[in-house]
Each structure stands twice: as structure tokens, then as C-alpha cells.
Unconditional design. Structure first.
Length: 388
């Protein structure tokens, strides 16, 4: 297994910072509140146009030409169109499978959100709320979504695997990121009772999800579990013979490393990548195939100022509005970090870059200098990301 992949982030699961124009004329920070602030027909037209234009057949040919072999596609819990007021997107996923199979790519379906959220992030669907694991009927709903995905795509040649849930958070990361301050809840009543998930809950959910998925998935398709930001907590998990082709997904961002005290120099980053990412992945690869399902080249050094763990102008941080790092210097920084990280992922079973593209105008919109490194297409075009 040697996965070289990219995420199709912000296509079927919206993230405001990746496509601010979609949220124009509203104060919504996330997908949950967007339809509450727009007339129904305006919301529907916006979403449908976005989905039709953001990712097309041409993108699959580009991804293939970049040397990638797999795409990770985040999908929402309302993919099947059964949760008002949201619009389902299973037809878009059907099209993606046809494109992938035509151009020799595989797909990892990533169930990226849960009702009332598994992490409180904007990308969990609703900022500052994390109550899903406390609601048994919603946990069951999420399991039925996984079952239906497995039924629909389980026999498809293009299916590589299904990831049971993205980034369920535990207390340690909740506190490290300061989730409630970073993603303030809009409605305190809606957020009442919000707290991180327990590891015991997450483990049980993974066991239940595995059983539900395998009813429809053939053995060679992979079931992917996220490490809940605790990469080494899974050594005793799913050791029994019945668990086949389970992959452990870890997300490693340099902005998180900065939050853990990583020195903001090329040497500091490279040292951290080797000592933490590479060594930890190598250690865990003895228990599961490990993929780094999200990472990128973004770092504060290339931005020109400390981004406080990758916080944007949307988090109330003052970003850089003028380039202070020369293009040549940027290229050096990014290439050094690309090689170091790609080397680290070789200790495991591969990677998915976050993300394929974003629609932020980093030139004309104040505060976004340096954020173009989240966009793999730009990274390849600028020679920051080696494709040879």
C-alpha cells in the first residue's frame, strides 16, 4: 500500500475559510447556520452551483497528472438528503466514482461530520458544539449513514475504503486547541452540554462501525479509523483476527506542532517532523497500516508571522496583508518541509494532502498571505511540492 492522495475538501462539506464567497451576505461561520440566513431558493442555488463547479471531471484528470493515485472525499451526515434543511449530495459522489474509475484513481469516502458534531470545529458542521456522542439516536443515525454508503459503493472498483468518522476529539486536544474560544458557539442553548468525547466512546463506535460496514464491504476494501489525535493510543485495539484491513489515520499539521512548542524555523520544523511524525508513525505501523490523512505545507515562518496555530482572519487574528518573505525564500522553506514530510509518511502507508484547492483570494483579500500553501494545485504550480 503506497497511498499518494489529496483531499477534496470544501466540496461536499463546506469550510468558510476555504470559500468565503459562499457565505457572502450572512454572518454564518459554518454549514449549520448558512441555510438559516438565506432564503431557501438562494441557499439551494448557491450550494448546487458550488458543487457543480468546484470539482469537475477536469480536476480528476489534473489529480492523476500530479501523480496522485487516491482521493479522500469528505461527505456530510446528510449526504442522502434526509436531514432538513440541508441538501443531499450523493449524486455528486456517484459522479466522482465514475470519474475516478475512468482515470484510474481510488476513493476514500470520509464521513466528515455528525449531527451536533464530534469535535466542535467549523469543519464538524457546527462551530462550538460537540454533543453527538451524548445522543444515542444520532450515534445510531451515523451508523446507518455508514451502512448506506457501504451498500451503495461497497462493490465499486473505485472504492478504496470508508473512514468511519473524521477527527472525533478527546479532552487533550480540546484543551490544547481551546476549542470553545477558537470556535465560539452562536447559540449557548444549542451548545449546552458540549464537551469532548471519551476515548471509550470512540473505541466502541469504531467497533460498531466496523461490524456495520463489513456486512456490505468485501474484505479487500479498507475500514479507516481516525486516531482521535492520540496516535499511540491504539496498540491494543482490534487485535482479534476478525478485524481485517483496518487502517489508522493520523492528521499532522505543522500549525499544531507550533502549538506544541515547535520552533518556527526550517530546522525546527524538520527536527519535529523526524522526531515526532516519522518515529511515531513507524512505531504504530507495526500495529496498523498508518496513513497521514491530512497535512499540508502551511507554516508560520512562510507566512511571516506567528499564526497562533493556524488561526485566520476569520478567527479574529490579524493576518499578513503584504508579503514579507521573498518568493525564493518561500520556495526553499516549502520544498524543505515537503521533502521532510513526504519522507515521514513513507514510514507509514501513505498520505492525503489537505486540500486540492481553495477559493481564497490571497492577493486582494487582506490578511491571507501565506494561505495559498493549503492549495495543492498552487503548491505544484509554484514548485513547492515535488511531483517527480
Amino acid at each position: 500500500m503506497d497511498i499518494k492522495g489529496v483531499n477534496l475538501g470544501n466540496w461536499l462539506v463546506l469550510e468558510k475559510w476555504m470559500s468565503p464567497g459562499l457565505f457572502a451576505g450572512t454572518t454564518a461561520e459554518d454549514e449549520y447556520y448558512l441555510p438559516t440566513q438565506l432564503p431557501r431558493e438562494v441557499y439551494e442555488a448557491r450550494i448546487k452551483t458550488h458543487r457543480a463547479e468546484y470539482i469537475t471531471e477536469r480536476d480528476f484528470t489534473r489529480i492523476k497528472a500530479m501523480g496522485m493515485n487516491t482521493v479522500r472525499i469528505p461527505v456530510p451526515y446528510f449526504i442522502f438528503g434526509d436531514r432538513e434543511p440541508f441538501i443531499g449530495c450523493v449524486e455528486e459522489l456517484d459522479r466522482a466514482f465514475n470519474w475516478a474509475e475512468r482515470y484510474g484513481l481510488k476513493i476514500l469516502i470520509d464521513l466528515h461530520t455528525a449531527p451536533d458534531s464530534q469535535n466542535g470545529f467549523d469543519n464538524g458542521g457546527i462551530s462550538g458544539v460537540c454533543k453527538w456522542s451524548q445522543e444515542p439516536e444520532e450515534v445510531e443515525f451515523e451508523l446507518t449513514v455508514l451502512e448506506r454508503l457501504a451498500q451503495r459503493y461497497g462493490k465499486r472498483e473505485g472504492l478504496w475504503g470508508i473512514e468511519v468518522i473524521n477527527e472525533p476529539i478527546t479532552e487533550e486536544t480540546w484543551n490544547l486547541m481551546g476549542v470553545e474560544e477558537r470556535y465560539p458557539a452562536v447559540d449557548p442553548k444549542k451548545a449546552a452540554g458540549t464537551k469532548p468525547n471519551t476515548l471509550a466512546f470512540i473505541r466502541q463506535f469504531y467497533l460498531d462501525a466496523y461490524d456495520r460496514l463489513r456486512k456490505y464491504l468485501s474484505e479487500e476494501k479498507y475500514v479507516v479509523i481516525h486516531d482521535a489525535f492520540l496516535l499511540k493510543a491504539w496498540k491494543d485495539f482490534m487485535r482479534e483476527d476478525k478485524y481485517k484491513n483496518v487502517v489508522l489515520d493520523t492528521h499532522q499539521y505543522l500549525m499544531m506542532a507550533e502549538g506544541m512548542g515547535c520552533e518556527q524555523t526550517v530546522e525546527g520544523y524538520v527536527k519535529f517532523i523526524k522526531e515526532h511524525y516519522e518515529n511515531d508513525i513507524r512505531e504504530m505501523q507495526e500495529y496498523f497500516p498508518v496513513i497521514c490523512g491530512e497535512w499540508c505545507l502551511f507554516n508560520s515562518l512562510a507566512v511571516g508571522r506567528d499564526t497562533k496555530g493556524g488561526q485566520t482572519v476569520l478567527n479574529g487574528q490579524e493576518g499578513m496583508s503584504k508579503e514579507s518573505v521573498s518568493d525564493e525564500e518561500k520556495r526553499k522553506i516549502y520544498r524543505a518541509l515537503a521533502y521532510a514530510q513526504l519522507e515521514a509518511w513513507k514510514a507509514g502507508s501513505g498520505y492525503f494532502y489537505w486540500s486540492y484547492k481553495l477559493l481564497v483570494d490571497t492577493v486582494n483579500e487582506a490578511g491571507w498571505v501565506g494561505w495559498d500553501s493549503w492549495d495543492l494545485g498552487r503548491c505544484v504550480d509554484f514548485g513547492w511540492f515535488p511531483t517527480e
